[in-house]
Design a protein around this ligand. Structure first.
Ligand code: FES
Ligand code: FES
Length: 173
């Protein structure tokens, strides 16, 4: 339906409250605003990357209530009240567990040289944490399968799996 401004979209916005990396954020969002666009364009959390914008590359992966999601496929209004963790907040998660500044998976990515250009890395990191929260993947093959939604154009897959395996083995020690 056309509005007075000539736009075919209604002017309706919805007030939502999100906890993002431990901070409470109240924002008014249009019903079609994706979580990815809210994070990047409204909240200056540009660590989360936009690759395909169609749920096919994993660059936009964040944690919603501890579960990994492709934020390009999620409407922000659907996540009212949720806890969101982006790559900017992973170190905060580690702090809560009483460890050092970086999250163990971030330290492992550095140690294993698990990136080249780094564009996929925020999504790989968040997806790794979400995968470990799920607790299904045990073997190297299972890690590869569970991480198959995160594409790395630089082909750093071997080192990424090395890094994840190291963290998982550390947790088991
Ligand atoms: S940008 Fe979301 S999956 Fe590619
Ligand atoms: S490090 Fe370049 S796309 Fe993965």
């Amino acid at each position: 339906m056309a509005t007075a401004s000539g736009s075919t979209r209604p002017d309706t916005t919805f007030d939502i409250t999100l906890t993002i990396n431990g901070d409470t954020r109240e924002v008014a969002v249009a019903p079609w605003t994706t979580l990815l666009d809210l994070l990047r364009e409204r909240l200056d959390l540009t660590g989360t990357k936009k690759g395909c914008d169609h749920g096919q590359c994993g660059a936009c992966t964040v944690l919603v209530n501890g579960t990994r999601v492709n934020s390009c496929l999620v409407l922000a209004v659907m996540k009212d009240g949720a806890e969101i963790t982006t790559v900017e907040g992973l170190a905060g998660l580690a702090h809560q567990k009483g460890t050092n500044t970086l999250h163990p998976i971030q330290e492992a990515f550095i140690e294993y040289d698990a990136f080249q250009c780094g564009y996929c890395t925020p999504g790989q990191l968040c997806s790794s944490v979400g995968m470990m929260n799920e607790g299904h993947a045990k073997s190297r093959d299972e890690i590869r399968e569970a991480m198959s939604g995160n594409i790395c154009r630089c082909g750093a897959y071997t080192n990424i799996v090395d890094a994840i395996e190291d963290v998982m083995q550390g947790d088991a020690r």
